[in-house]
Design a protein around this ligand. Structure first.
Ligand code: C2E
Ligand code: CA
Ligand code: CA
Length: 717
């Protein structure tokens, strides 16, 4: 198609004769020629019926219709939709009414090939001389600009959609915290519209000043560093007031103007946060009272110890155990017991100071951690308050319940131990508080504990030593000066210590006194001595053996059974050849129990001596009631009897007592002949002491006895 070939005007179409004629008259019109050549500006003329009179080349190019195709047709038949055509008619009427140019109006029209064109169309009227008006339409093609514009707004829409559909909060903020952009997430949090957010700050919607300050400072520091950061933060919901937790990615950007801004994408992690908190709560707290549990306590203790070490302050660890809780649980049931514990926990929490820790670490056991104490009295004041608070009665189901507390306390750094040991020590002290009568506190004594610890270690060593055969019994003979013969021997323990040589009892017995290993040792001594008795008897040596029995050994439940077993194992040994020496103080300790045991043992045939007699102040009545055969005058009285009148009197009195009650009297510690003679003079003829013989290994005793001539020898011989 070559529209230019047919000149300006096409063949007239039927019914359009006048328009054709008018157009024909403009052939060669320089204006028309100019318009035709005008590049990019599409110019059309219309008659009052809207039919095309003139269609320049630019129109041909813009719409794809040649001039000949366009002439005589309406725009509705060419490029307009029916609505646009109707609108065009309206415009023509308006143009007719005035002289001004209408438009430019942005229109989207159809190209011949069906594609779209965006035009800016203007319309005005040219009034011809005969009163016939010509309508001129000038179109400028803005398709490209419009497309660009539309694609831009598409990008905007896309951005808007992506932002709003995003489940996260997205905000673009400037240096002063003004929202440059925000999405629906933020609008929902602040209970407003997106439009209302723009230009505002957090402070306009969030009443929590601290949060607002944090948001601003944090954003600024990110803008300053220029580094993207992930921040955990919380924000208060504007309407509900609930706290939401966010994981925010904050990315510093530069705006078009070069001003710094920050893009924040905050994902709501509240559920996760709460779940985590709940797990924490479950892991670190006691479910019944919500108090910290053992795990959290351990953690707090580490912190408290570090703190006390750093600032040199005092820390108290108090172990609290309720007195009389179990019966309440048993009588009223667990529900009541639980309620009571909750109440006690509450009271503890209220009594503790800010910063103290109250933990529940067992059924009715709590630990109170008191930091920053100035001294022991200030600790005691708090403990008294705790005791008073816990002892307040509780009313449950009409019943008035009351418990009290036993508290064990240890003070750091007096007790410079680790967390575990501090709790253990407080626990030990609590046990002491119970023993002392409950409803009280008792302080742990580190020095005493060190002694106990040393004793425990020594005890273990003693037990090993017994197994390894490091112990041995020495024997010290006892003579009867009237019968002029060796009457018996006292077994005295020795420890052939691999590192320390031969140890006397004084080097280890005092430390382990009262410990369980004393019993193990005592059993060994008993077995060893009876075995030795049997051996000597087989060798034709007929002497009695005395052994020393410690109080805990004598009072052990199986003492008599064991003694019977040992005697039964050596039937050749007459039980009367075995004498058990017990300290006078032991006998007095638990008179009735000792008496019963002595009676049982005597029924087996063994004999008893009261050792160190005179030191325990036993009354005559006790002495009379105790089934003992012998009194051993304590060494200290014998030693000083020659110089000290009082000691002399005591020795004399003991001998008199023995005679009066029909007991034998043995003097021990006889070092010289003068002692021996003085004792003889007072009526005591059974003697033991270095003046006669020192304790000796068992194999030496037989030979010593055979060569014995009753006489005294110098002590250091
Ligand atoms: P004890 O039962 O009073 O035994 C007498 C102690 O006096 C012995 O000391 C003995 O060596 C010492 N002794 C004897 N004559 C003299 C003397 O003339 N001068 C001086 N200075 N000392 C003399 P040892 O063997 O060191 O025993 C000390 C204590 O250890 C005993 O005192 C006894 O209480 C205890 N002991 C010894 N062996 C055993 C044992 O097998 N079991 C128990 N439970 N205790 C024992
Ligand atoms: Ca003794
Ligand atoms: Ca003694």
């Amino acid at each position: 198609m070559s529209p230019h070939d047919d000149g300006f005007f096409r063949e007239p179409t039927p019914g359009c004769a006048s328009a054709e004629q008018r157009a024909a008259s403009r052939e060669g019109d320089p204006v028309a020629v100019t318009l035709d050549k005008l590049p990019h500006v599409a110019v059309q003329w219309f008659d009052s019926a809207g039919r095309v009179l003139f269609w320049n080349q630019a129109s041909e190019q813009l719409y794809g219709y040649s001039r000949s195709e366009a002439l005589g047709r309406t725009l509705g038949e060419l490029i307009y939709t029916p609505e646009q055509q109707a609108f065009f008619h309206d415009l023509m009427h308006r143009a007719l009414a005035g002289d001004e140019v209408l438009g430019p109006e942005l229109q989207t029209v159809r190209h011949r090939d069906g594609s779209r064109r965006s035009i800016l169309a203007s319309l005005f009227v040219l009034r011809a001389g005969q009163g016939e008006s010509v309508f001129v339409c000038v179109d400028v093609d803005v398709t490209r600009e419009q497309d660009a514009h539309e694609s831009l707004s598409l990008e905007r829409q896309l951005l808007r959609t992506v932002m709003d559909e995003n489940p996260n909060i997205i905000i673009l903020k400037d240096w002063d915290g003004h929202f440059l952009m925000a999405n629906r997430g933020l609008a929902e949090l602040y209970n407003t519209t997106i439009e209302n957010l723009i230009g505002k700050t957090d402070g306009d919607f969030n009443a929590n000043a601290e949060q607002v300050r944090f948001f601003l400072e944090n954003a600024r520091s990110i803008m300053r560093d220029g580094k993207t950061r992930v921040v955990m933060e919380e924000s208060t919901h504007a309407e509900t007031g609930e706290t939401r937790y966010y994981r925010s990615i904050k990315k510093p950007l530069r705006g078009a103007d070069g001003e710094p801004c920050v893009l924040i994408t905050a994902s709501d992690v509240t559920d996760l946060h709460l779940a985590r908190q709940q797990i924490r709560q479950l892991t670190y707290h006691d479910a019944l009272t919500q108090l910290p549990n053992r795990v959290l306590l351990a953690d707090r203790m580490q912190q408290a110890i570090a703190l006390a070490r750093r600032d040199g302050s005092m820390l108290a660890v108090a172990y609290i155990d309720l007195d009389g809780f179990k019966p309440i649980n048993d009588v009223y049931g667990h529900a009541v017991g639980d309620a009571l514990l909750v109440q006690m926990a509450e009271r503890l929490r209220n009594t503790a100071r800010e910063g103290d820790t109250v933990a529940r670490i067992g059924g009715d056991e709590f630990v109170l951690l008191l930091s920053h104490l100035s001294d022991k009295p200030s600790c005691e004041r708090i403990l008294l308050r705790v005791l008073a608070a816990l002892a307040e009665p509780v009313v449950r189901n009409g019943a008035e319940l009351q418990v009290s507390a036993s508290i064990g306390v240890t003070l750091y750094p007096d007790d410079e131990s680790d967390a575990d040991a501090l709790i253990r020590h407080a626990d030990q002290a609590m046990y002491q508080a119970k023993l002392q009568g409950r409803n009280r506190y008792h302080f742990f004594d580190p020095a005493h504990d060190r002694k106990m610890q040393a004793a425990r270690e020594l005890c273990e060593r003693v037990v090993t030593g017994l197994q390894l055969g490091e112990f041995e019994l020495f024997y010290q003979p006892r003579i009867d000066l009237i019968q002029r013969r060796v009457q018996g021997a006292e077994a005295l323990i020795r420890w052939r210590h691999p590192g320390k040589g031969l140890l006397l009892p004084g080097a280890f017995l005092p430390q382990i006194e009262g410990s369980a290993c004393m019993i193990a040792m005592g059993r060994w001594v008993l077995e060893q001595a009876v075995q030795q008795l049997a051996q000597w008897r087989r060798a034709g040596l007929d002497i009695a053996v005395s052994i020393n029995i410690a109080a805990p050994h004598l009072l052990a439940s199986d003492f008599v059974t064991h003694l019977a077993q040992v005697l039964a194992a050596f039937p050749d040994v007459p039980p009367a050849m075995l004498e058990l020496e017990i300290l006078e103080s032991t006998a007095l300790e638990d008179m009735e129990a000792v008496r019963a045991i002595l009676a049982e043992c005597r029924a087996l045939g063994v004999r008893f001596a009261l050792d160190d007699f005179g030191t325990g102040y036993s009354s005559l009545i006790y002495l009379r009631r105790l089934p003992v055969d012998t009194l051993k005058i304590d060494r200290s009285f014998v030693r000083d009897m020659l110089d000290d009148a009082e000691d002399h009197t005591i020795v004399q009195a003991v001998i008199g007592l023995g005679n009066a009650f029909g007991r034998h009297v043995v003097a021990e510690g006889v070092e010289t002949e003068r002692h021996g003679q003085a004792l003889m003079g007072l009526g005591c003829h059974q003697l033991q002491g270095f003046g006669i013989a020192r304790p000796m290994p068992a194999p030496e005793l037989h030979g010593w006895i055979e060569s014995y001539v009753p006489s005294f020898r110098p002590v250091d011989a």
